[in-house]
Design a protein around this ligand. Sequence first.
Ligand SMILES: Cc1cc2nc3c(=O)[nH]c(=O)nc-3n(C[C@H](O)[C@H](O)[C@H](O)COP(=O)(O)O)c2cc1C
Length: 406
Amino acid sequence: MDKTEKAQPPLNDSGPDIPNLLLLKDRALDIAAEGITIADMRSPDQPLIYINEGFERLTGYSASAMLGKNCRFLQGGETDPETVEQIRVALATGRECTVEILNHKNDGEPFWNRLSLTPVRDSSGVVTHFIGVQSDITNRKNVEEALREANQQLEEANRRMVSNLEAAARIQRSLLPEELQIFEGISFSSVVQPCDELGGDALNVVPLAGNCYAVYAVDVSGHGVRASLLSVTLSHWFSRVLSGPKGKGFEFTPVEVAEELNRQFKMDSDNVQYFTMCFGIVDVDEGKFSYVTAGAPPVIVVRGNSESEVLEIEGFPVGLVEVAGYTETVVDLSPSDRVFLYTDGVIEAEDHAEVGYGTDRLAAALLKQGSLDLGDTVDAVLRDVSSWEATEGHRDDVSMLAFELS
Ligand SMILES: Cc1cc2nc3c(=O)[nH]c(=O)nc-3n(C[C@H](O)[C@H](O)[C@H](O)COP(=O)(O)O)c2cc1C
């Protein structure tokens, strides 16, 4: 027998007579893990007239110290007064109630007590006693508290992350060109629709000397912060390089630009990103567009609103291989010809049957919407891509840069 167990009087084994049954009930009450208490509601201050051994184990108080007293002495300064008021009202109105209340053991240690109070009435319906059942729920409360704190920290971290992402997205947007830019002899239209807060696509138009314009559309592999950091770096790289050395104009060919980027943004164990790119220079006076593609989808030319041409693609994405062997393509342009650069999010947008929008459908759509202003054509076609796409919002960044000679 456990030292803490009280010696029990032997049961009479001759059958379930009344005294035996009472002893059995007594034992059952004492074995229970919960505390069980009875208070006399007719005596002043509602003293305890019964406590079981479970209550003694739970609180560390002995029956002799507790009997005859009101149970409120388990409460302390940190006990919630509203919970005590709840008990008070239940006792005064003779109703059941269950509360979770902070109590203290005999040694002062606090514990969370799940207290259920049930009235007992006499034959005339008057409440004569209340039965209290006490359970120690400290562990559950601690776990709940730890969870609440962890949730709070997570929410705070999430708030910080969202506000950082929003700030980063604002910076990224500030690097994009205006949607519509009209210069002498040429107009440009561009749209970038990132699939997350931050995108890996970057595009721009940079006026050069001699009525020439550099254009690029870049798509960094992956999405999110990492892709966006490289796309922002590339935007800065282009604006620095395209501004040319002091006093001189931009003197590099598209192939030289692609090769330089391939040297500077080589993929290695630290930098596991690469990017596709279309970079070119439009010479408005000469009516020529010289460009290089590096893993980017094919440039589409719509000629005089009567036919569309999907140009050849060549070249590895930038950073993938040491010697990419880029080649330059030169396209002759006449007034009202339109040229479209875009990222693969446009043609890889998939419908419910996982069929991609595709280059041919894009070329046809650009031709079909060719009678609209350049900006409206781009908007109409990107709307068509969105309605083709099965998912709500894009699964990849979708960007397009177009220009038209006038
Ligand atoms: C049977 C019974 C058991 C009770 N057990 C507890 C208890 O374990 N812990 C506690 O804080 N209050 C307990 N109370 C409540 C207090 O005894 C008291 O009723 C409460 O503090 C409200 O009354 P007061 O405003 O006079 O203090 C119990 C009440 C009854 C009737």
